[in-house]
Design a protein around this ligand. Structure first.
Ligand code: NAD
Ligand code: MG
Length: 388
C-alpha cells in the first residue's frame, strides 16, 4: 500500500491511556496507518516525544503557556504547532486526516468530535461523555453528514461486532457487562473511608484517572448505558447491566428469537482500539489469547445499585432524557475532580451529583447552546457546594 492509501489518523488526546495505545496500534501497522494529528492538554514532554517519533502534520497543545516549548522542540521538523481550545476545533475541520480517534476525556471532547462529524470524518469514539452530554444532536449530525461512528469503548465495540450482519433484525435487549470495579461487594461502611489511590486500582483494566474513578463508583456503567442508548438507538428498557467480574465477555446482544450473541476476549483496550481503526478489517496481532483449557469461571450477578447509587442516578437521567445526561455528566466531572484532589470522600460524590441534578432546571429538547448552558450551571453549582 502506498502512502495515499494509508488511513490518516488524528488522535485527539494522544497522551492519554487510549491515545498512547492508539499510537501503539499505528506503530505496529505502519503500512496501514499514519498519525497526522496529535493533541494533548498538559503533557508537553510526551507530546514532543510522540511528534518526534510519528512525524505528524500537526500537533496541538491545549495549555497555551506550553506553546513555545513545543514549538522550539519541533523547530527542525516539518510539523505545525498550534495551541489552545480553538485550535483543537480548527484542526478538526482540516482535510489532512480521515479518522478521528476521539480520546479526549470529558466534556472537552464534545466540540472537536462534533466538528469532525460535521466534516464527514470517520470517528473512532472513545470519549463517551460526548454522547452522554449531547447524544441526540451528535447522532443526528452523524447521519446528516454520513460520518460513521465506530465505538472504542470495549462494551460498545462488542455490541457493534455482535450487530454486524443483523441490520434487518430487531434487538430485544443488550446486556452491558461490568467488572464491578475495585470495590465489588463492598458496602457503604467500607466505601466511606476509601481513598483516591485505592479507587484508582482497577482489577482488570489500566485506564486514565477519571474513568478509573467512574469504574469504582459504577458511574462508568451508567454513562455507558446512555452511550449505548444513542449509538444503537435503544430504549432505556432495552439496556441491562450485569456484573461479570472477569471482563472476558465484553457485552452481548439478545435478539427477538431469544438468541444471544457475545463478543469475548482477554481485557485489553488495544483490541477495541485496533478494531475501530482497522474497521472493517481485523488486524493480526500478538496479544495474549483467552485459554479455554485453563478457563476462568465466568460469573454473573446483579449490580448492587443501593450501594453504588451513581448507577441509579445515571439510569434516572437516561429515562428522563433532555439535558439530564448533560447535568449528570457535569456534576460527575466536578465530583471526580474533587475526589481526586482529596477534597471530598467517595460517597460524597453521589450526594454532590444528586443535589446538582435537583437544582438545575430540566430542558426537554435542548439546543447545543442549552447543553453548554446546563453544563456551565451544573459545574458552577456543584463546585459552589464544595467551595472548589
Ligand atoms: P486520559 O486521562 O488518560 O487521557 C485524556 C487525554 O485527553 C489526554 O491526552 C489529555 O491531554 C487530553 N485532555 C484532557 N483534558 C483535556 C481538555 N480539557 N482539552 C483537551 N484535551 C484534554 O483518559 P483515557 O483513560 O485515555 O480516556 C479517554 C476517553 O476514553 C474518556 O472519555 C474515557 O471515558 C474513554 N475510555 C477510556 C478507556 C480506557 O481504557 N482508558 C476505555 C473506554 C473508554
Ligand atoms: Mg467501557
Amino acid at each position: 500500500m502506498n502512502n495515499q492509501q494509508k488511513k490518516r489518523i488524528a488522535i485527539f488526546g494522544s497522551t492519554g491511556s487510549v491515545g498512547t495505545q492508539a499510537l501503539d496500534v499505528i506503530a505496529a501497522n505502519p503500512e496501514l496507518f499514519s498519525a497526522e494529528v496529535l493533541t494533548a492538554q498538559q503533557n508537553d514532554d510526551l507530546l514532543i516525544k510522540q511528534a518526534l517519533r510519528f512525524q505528524p502534520d500537526i500537533v496541538v497543545i491545549g495549555d497555551e503557556s506550553k506553546y513555545q516549548k513545543v514549538k522550539t522542540a519541533l523547530l527542525d521538523h516539518p510539523i505545525k504547532v498550534f495551541a489552545g481550545e480553538k485550535a483543537l476545533i480548527e484542526v478538526a475541520t482540516m482535510d489532512n486526516y480521515d479518522v478521528m480517534m476521539a480520546a479526549i476525556v470529558g466534556f472537552a471532547g464534545l466540540m472537536p468530535t462534533m466538528t469532525a462529524i460535521e466534516h464527514g470524518k470517520t470517528i473512532a469514539l472513545a470519549n463517551k461523555e460526548t454522547l452522554v452530554v449531547a447524544g441526540d444532536i451528535v447522532m443526528r449530525k452523524a447521519v446528516e453528514n454520513r460520518a460513521p461512528i465506530i465505538p472504542v469503548d470495549s462494551e460498545h465495540s462488542a455490541i457493534f461486532q455482535c450487530l454486524l450482519g443483523e441490520t434487518r433484525n430487531r434487538i430485544e435487549k443488550i446486556i452491558l457487562t461490568a467488572s464491578g470495579g475495585p470495590f465489588l461487594g463492598k458496602k457503604p461502611n467500607f466505601l466511606v473511608n476509601v481513598k483516591r489511590d485505592h479507587a484508582l486500582q482497577h482489577p482488570n483494566w489500566s485506564m486514565g484517572a477519571k474513568i478509573s474513578i467512574d469504574s469504582a463508583t459504577l458511574m462508568n456503567k451508567g454513562l455507558e448505558m446512555i452511550e449505548a442508548r444513542w449509538l444503537f438507538n435503544l430504549t432505556p428498557q432495552q439496556i441491562q447491566v450485569v456484573i461479570h467480574s472477569q471482563s472476558i465477555i465484553h457485552s452481548m446482544v439478545q435478539f427477538e428469537d431469544g438468541s444471544i450473541k457475545a463478543q469475548l476476549g482477554l481485557p485489553d483496550m488495544k483490541l477495541p482500539i485496533q478494531y475501530a481503526l482497522g474497521f472493517p478489517m481485523r488486524l493480526p496481532n500478538k496479544l495474549p489469547r483467552y485459554n479455554f483449557s485453563k478457563p476462568d469461571k465466568l460469573t454473573f450477578e446483579e449490580p448492587d445499585i443501593r450501594t453504588f447509587r451513581n448507577l441509579q442516578l445515571a439510569k434516572d437521567a437516561l429515562a428522563r432524557g433532555g439535558n439530564a445526561g448533560c447535568v449528570l455528566n457535569a456534576a460527575n466531572e466536578i465530583a471526580v475532580y474533587a475526589f481526586l484532589k482529596n477534597r471530598i470522600g467517595f460517597l460524597d460524590m453521589t450526594d454532590l451529583i444528586e443535589k446538582t441534578i435537583q437544582k438545575i432546571s430540566f430542558v426537554e429538547q435542548p439546543s447545543l447552546e442549552d447543553y453548554f448552558e446546563s453544563d456551565g450551571e451544573a459545574r458552577n453549582f456543584a463546585a459552589s457546594l464544595i467551595k472548589l
